[in-house]
Ligand binder design. Structure first.
Ligand code: SF4
Length: 86
């Protein structure tokens, strides 16, 4: 699991909503995270990168976000290190 660090937090994409998961500027806009978890990730068409527009609210959301984070080809999805939503 890739957890946030002080350097990755500085690279956070501005559009991320506050909360556990966020995307940093290593995103290449492949949309895999959106395909895996469309309730949580969206694309900023102007910037060509995705961002977290809704934090997970259910265990299913959490599982999908975790899968997206583990599947991201550039390790651009991070979390705050506090583990899954209970
Ligand atoms: S999977 Fe990773 S690289 Fe692809 S759009 Fe999502 S954050 Fe960006």
């Amino acid at each position: 699991m890739k957890q946030g660090t002080s350097s990755s937090i500085k690279q956070k994409i501005r559009e991320n909503v506050p909360g556990k998961y966020y995307i940093i500027d290593k995103c290449i806009g492949c949309s895999l995270c959106y395909e895996l978890s469309p309730r949580n990730f969206s694309m900023n068409l102007d910037k060509g990168c995705d961002f977290v527009f809704r934090q997970p609210e259910t265990q299913e959301d959490e599982a999908r976000c975790l899968k997206a984070m583990q599947s991201c080809p550039t390790d651009a999805i991070r979390d705050d290190g506090f583990g899954p939503v209970k």
